[in-house]
Design a protein around this ligand. Structure first.
Ligand SMILES: NC(=O)c1ccc[n+]([C@@H]2O[C@H](COP(=O)([O-])OP(=O)(O)OC[C@H]3O[C@@H](n4cnc5c(N)ncnc54)[C@H](OP(=O)(O)O)[C@@H]3O)[C@@H](O)[C@H]2O)c1
Length: 291
């Protein structure tokens, strides 16, 4: 049985961990805020005090923390994973981070003789709880092959994309779709309402066309009802837009919509909408018309 360690039990990490436990894997977990490991502990996880201790008793560690700074801290900080390294240890980075940070982290881990893979995912806690994420992998192919059973438990579709950095380059292109889709729906709903129509009618028609999406068929109804209970926070999507625009510059890609979306989500964050679901961009867009 693979000894899996999981670091970061926020919304996504907790759901991934619960599904691994339900699927029969043994799991050791660490989270900076210990109270957020309670649910996993009640479902059979062993709790570690530090990433170092977790590393000492794991062979595959999945990290799922907020951003590049948090990932670096977990890996290389005091009592981090590197401090608990041992022969055969492998790290799989699920957090959404900058592709250049992924490459850098992988290089540093390899220098420490720790094998590394990147496994960013699409889908939120609501599908992670049933093992239905979509997983993009890059880095050490042998780690991917060796633990394929674990990744196939987490996700119902996995893609191995090549050398380190590849998976995150595609992941951020995915999150660009999320941010623009949410904005397009928010503006469509606002416009329809201002025109004096029930926005459900807008969705009825949109969802009868080729231009429907999973978001317009599902979350959009909650958006209309002002239900923004987070599965993926607006502040984390704004974090990703920062990565998207910075990475676009690195790659020499000019992305005017990404630039504008980054500004709009940043304004929403500054206006206090950061802790709600990213679809709460609708609440911010609606507010603009009130002024
Ligand atoms: N939610 C989704 O739908 C989704 C989907 C795909 C990818 N992702 C990505 O997955 C990652 C986690 O997302 P989430 O939704 O689970 O976010 P979340 O609920 O905000 O959780 C963030 C996690 O990161 C930890 N963290 C933050 N700063 C830290 C630091 N400096 N040191 C150590 N730990 C730190 C938090 O620990 P504390 O509890 O101590 O704050 C928490 O465990 C993010 O990179 C996100 O972009 C999320």
């Amino acid at each position: 049985m693979v000894k899996i360690g999981l670091i970061g039990t926020g919304m996504l990490g907790e759901a991934v961990g619960l599904h691994l436990l339900k699927s029969g894997f043994s799991l050791c977990v660490y989270n900076r805020t210990k109270s957020k490991t309670k649910n996993l502990e009640e479902n059979g996880a062993i709790i570690s005090d530090t990433p170092k201790h977790l590393a000492q008793s794991s062979e595959l560690i999945i990290t799922c923390v907020k951003d590049g700074d948090a990932a670096e801290q977990i890996l290389f900080g005091q009592d981090g994973i590197v401090a608990g390294k041992h022969d055969g240890l492998a790290v799989a980075e699920m957090s959404t981070i900058n592709p250049s940070s992924a490459i850098q982290n992988s290089k540093r881990l390899n220098e420490e003789k720790i094998r590394s893979l990147e496994i960013p995912v699409m889908g939120g806690p609501n599908v992670a709880i049933d093992g239905k994420l979509v997983l993009m992998a890059s880095g050490d192919r042998d780690v991917f092959d060796k633990y394929k059973q674990v990744f196939d438990t987490i996700a119902n579709k996995t893609f191995f994309l090549g050398k380190s950095g590849s998976a995150h380059s595609i992941k951020i292109a995915m999150n660009l779709q999320i941010s623009l889709l949410a904005l397009a729906l928010a503006e469509g709903i606002t416009l329809t309402k201002k025109a004096g129509f029930d926005p459900e009618k807008f969705l009825d028609i949109l969802n009868s066309t080729y231009f429907k999406t999973g978001m317009s068929e599902n979350k959009a109804h909650k958006m209309i009802r002002d239900e923004f209970e987070p599965t993926f926070t607006l502040k984390n999507l704004k974090k990703d837009l920062g990565i998207i625009t910075a990475t676009a510059k690195d790659f020499g890609a000019v992305l005017p919509m990404a630039e504008r979306a980054n500004e709009i989500y940043n304004d929403a964050l500054e206006a206090g909408f950061g802790e709600i679901d990213y679809t709460g961009i609708l609440a911010y867009i609606k507010k603009l018309s009130e002024n």
